[in-house]
Write a protein that binds this ligand. Structure first.
Ligand SMILES: *Cc1c(COP(=O)(O)O)cnc(C)c1O
Length: 393
């Protein structure tokens, strides 16, 4: 069956990439093999020289991984996709493939903690420097650009404050400076936001989150054009080795098949929970881009199809109240993961953002009372009833 780029997202997610084998299997097969066999010495030579396409070794290509890559590329609207062992491996491979000694990154200040350490501690050792700016202030991005700036990097909406970055505006700033714009699209997935259409050059993912959707496997991906991703990032992957396993790729490609349905329900549950929390007398503030009180709701609606599954709130009473609510609720899992069918609840100030200095936390808006919820797929009425009991204790 041939693939059709004009298909809708759900059809692309369900039908792209599967070449049925002679067994006639309906569901995609898993190919757990490290190497592939050649018919002759001459064929082996032709594969290695690149004269003949085909599999050689699973660090380079694997048929199950390739189905996942083709599906995600189709959904993001990109020419090429390479799958990686984790979300962080995707970001590392992107930087190694597209930057060199002496280059400069301008990055949003509100990025995943490990991304921040990768830039500030490890890339710095190899002569790549980073300047951090406020996600919302386009002027600050412009001012931070230097002659050697080669990459702009952001996540939107941000974690845990749900601030929204203007992808189209930042892509203009990047391209005026001969830099590329990289967007970590983990929180939205291509179902809610397609950064390449808005002007981004490269999209990175942690497949560990919504793409898996049930908290089972680690994985990541990089999507973009043939040159940047298909050549440069792929070259790092096949050489340095943080590739995705065939089994994980199978879990993720099955995850993509239900992604559209799941994202719709994550968003619906989050919207209801955010609205209920906002009206609760023991809640001081709720951060969720789908609320009228969110200062960037209009921008979110311009670039996303729905507001997402992550919200944060601040209860009356600071850290003591936050911890009391977390300990008294019974349904949500106290864990740092997100994008799971199971709702997760986190205290960023003492976990994901504990490494920041007090001053950095103030700049990031992470108050001692802040609580983040990765809203899952349980009945939202049950989540509300459970939180209501916890808030009254
Ligand atoms: C989890 C996460 C990552 C890192 O992904 P891993 O799969 O844990 O390596 C990167 N970016 C964002 C926004 C994340 O939430």
């Amino acid at each position: 069956m041939t693939d059709h780029p004009q298909w809708g997202q759900a059809t692309l997610a369900i039908r792209t990439g599967h070449q049925r084998t002679a067994e006639g299997e309906h569901s995609e097969p898993i190919f757990p093999t490290s190497s592939f066999v050649f018919d002759s010495a001459q064929e082996a030579a032709a594969r290695f020289s690149g004269d003949e396409p085909g599999n050689i070794y699973s660090r380079f290509t694997n048929p199950t991984v390739a189905v996942f890559e083709q599906r995600l590329a189709a959904m993001e609207g990109g020419e090429s996709c390479v799958a990686t062992a984790s979300g962080m491996a995707a970001i590392l491979a992107t930087c190694m493939g597209l930057l060199e000694h002496g280059d400069h990154i301008v990055s949003s200040r509100s990025i995943f903690g490990s991304t921040n350490i990768l830039f500030s501690k490890y890339l710095e050792r190899f002569g790549i420097t980073t300047t951090y700016v406020d996600l919302k202030e386009a002027a600050a991005w412009n001012e931070a650009i230097r002659p050697n700036t080669r990459m702009l990097f952001l996540e939107t909406p941000s974690n845990p404050m749900t601030e929204v970055g203007d992808i189209a505006a930042l892509s203009v700033i990047a391209h005026q400076s001969n830099a590329i714009l990289v967007v970590d699209n983990c929180f939205c997935t291509p179902v809610l936001q397609r950064p390449l259409e808005l002007g981004a050059d490269v999209v990175v993912h942690s497949a560990t989150k919504y793409i898996d959707g049930q908290g089972r496997c680690m994985g990541g991906a990089v999507v973009g054009d043939k040159q940047l991703v298909g050549e440069e990032v792929y070259g790092v992957l096949r050489t340095a080795g943080p590739t995705m396993s065939a089994f994980n790729a199978w879990v993720f490609l099955k995850g993509l098949e239900t992604l559209q349905l799941r994202m719709r329900q994550h968003c619906e549950n989050a919207q209801k929970l955010a609205g209920w929390l906002e009206r609760h007398p023991r809640i001081e503030h709720v951060y969720y881009p789908g609320l009228d009180s969110h200062p960037q709701k209009a921008l979110m609606q311009q670039q996303q199809t729905a507001a997402g599954g992550i919200l944060s709130f601040e209860p009356v009473g600071g850290q003591q109240a936050a911890w009391r609510i977390m300990d008294n609720q019974q349904l949500m899992s106290i864990t740092a993961n997100l994008g799971d069918t199971k709702t997760t609840i986190t205290h960023p100030g003492s976990t994901t953002h504990a490494r920041l200095t007090d001053e950095e936390r103030v700049v990031a808006g992470i108050t001692p009372g802040l609580v983040r919820i990765g809203v899952g797929l349980e009945n939202v009425e049950d989540l509300i009833a459970d939180l209501d009991v916890a808030l009254k204790k």
